[in-house]
Design a binder for this molecule. Structure first.
Ligand code: MRU
Length: 378
């Protein structure tokens, strides 16, 4: 795989506005889903060029790309890549592929991509959106070329909307940040968790920083996979936002000392009643914030809201490999042969959430009403 310096991941002068995480590349012969390999950050900045949908699925499973909006965009590009391969590999056949064969292929790739990670609804949402686009196109013009053009347009639109949403979430959320505030965040919900742009929970932080509000961010390291230490600390440092890295168990200590003004986290899925699934450890932070009367803000695009689930009890929680807990970056830290639990996400009840910041505006409790109105408007 080609490796490039950090500058290759930027497409503008202002890094935190332009750090690219996932993007589409194509020429006359080849198409590729490209991404920064997040499993190697921050020690190595490597760009992957994936040319097969199985590679895309593997990249999602192994966290080379992660973060709810980013895996949604990756899935959309993965579907496009699968169609590109399907049409190109059969281009020289006596009989070119039919529209319905292309559609059947897309449905099976949709299953493949959806099976990679169950919790973040953005992934399933993007696959469904691509399949709906295919259905609609084929109902109007049953030819593979129109299918290709329409799916390409749809995937690029999903990526562009992701960038646009992060800016809007940033602008809404920044209004909740007082000048001079010290904030706390968990996991990585920044540029790296979206396809490009500002991210989700970090978006208001970037906007407030740019506005000169002199903010400071406490970053939870986020065991077991260390998205906070490896990714959030890296991207905040790159953007010049002052930060302090802490281990997850230090959050309560700093809240009690009065050092934290508010908590900002992202979300992988938001149920109809406002319950939020996010990185394991988020629930504990929400309880701590409540105990210290601190605002607890969730920042997520509308594609993360799943009104089909009445509450967080129905959100599927991904269980990951025990090696993520028994080792740190390949070094074993626990005895062999012990029982290990590794849920990747937890659910924070809506009663602990001060507000949910979306690209359509900020919503407050009662969430079953406010989220319904928000999604009804779309
Ligand atoms: O396992 P990950 O790294 O994909 O988990 C990511 C998170 O939990 C993020 O907080 C969430 O996706 C919101 S990011 C915009």
């Amino acid at each position: 795989m080609p490796s490039e310096g950090v500058d290759a991941a930027r497409d503008g002068s202002d890094l935190h506005h332009s750090l690219r995480t996932v993007w589409w590349e194509e020429d006359a012969q080849l198409a590729a889903v490209c991404m920064l390999d997040q499993s190697l950050l921050p020690q190595q900045v490597v760009v992957l060029h994936l040319t097969h949908e199985q590679q895309v699925a593997d990249a999602i499973t192994t966290l080379q790309v992660r973060g709810a909006p980013a895996i949604g965009v990756t899935a959309a590009f993965g579907m496009l890549l699968a169609l590109h391969r399907f049409l190109h590999e059969r281009a020289s056949d006596d009989e070119p592929p039919s529209a319905s064969a292309s559609q059947t292929h897309l449905i099976s790739v949709g299953h493949l991509l959806r099976s990679t990670r169950p919790t973040a609804v953005n992934l399933a949402w993007a696959v469904e959106r691509m399949l709906r686009c295919a259905d609609k196109t084929l109902a109007e013009q049953a030819n593979p070329l129109s299918l290709w053009h329409e799916l390409r347009r749809e995937a690029l639109a999903i990526a562009a909307e992701d960038v646009d949403a992060s800016l809007k979430m940033g602008q809404y959320g920044a209004e909740l940040i007082p000048a001079g505030a010290t904030l706390l965040t968990h996991c990585n919900a920044g540029s790296l968790a979206t396809s490009a742009g500002l991210g989700t929970a970090l978006a208001p932080i970037y906007v407030a920083h740019q506005a000169g509000k002199a903010i400071h961010v406490f970053v939870d390291e986020t065991r077991p996979v260390l998205q906070g230490a490896r990714l959030t600390a890296w991207e905040l440092q790159q953007a010049g936002v002052p930060l302090t890295l802490i281990t997850d168990s230090m959050a309560g200590h700093f809240m009690r000392q009065g050092k934290i003004a508010a908590v900002f986290v992202g979300a992988d899925r938001i149920a109809a009643n406002g319950d939020v699934a996010n990185k394991i450890g988020t629930y504990g932070l929400a309880v701590l914030a409540h105990a210290h009367s601190l605002p607890f803000y969730v920042v997520a695009p509308c594609s993360t809201i799943d009104l089909s689930l009445a509450s967080g009890d129905f959100i599927p929680i991904e269980q990951r490999n025990s090696a993520e807990v028994t080792t740190i970056r390949g070094v074993q830290i626990a005895p062999s042969g012990i029982q290990v639990a590794n849920p990747a996400f937890d659910v924070t009840p809506h009663s602990l959430i001060t507000a949910i910041i979306t690209e359509q505006g900020i919503v407050y409790a009662p969430y079953d009403v406010s989220l319904g109105h928000l999604c009804g408007r779309l």
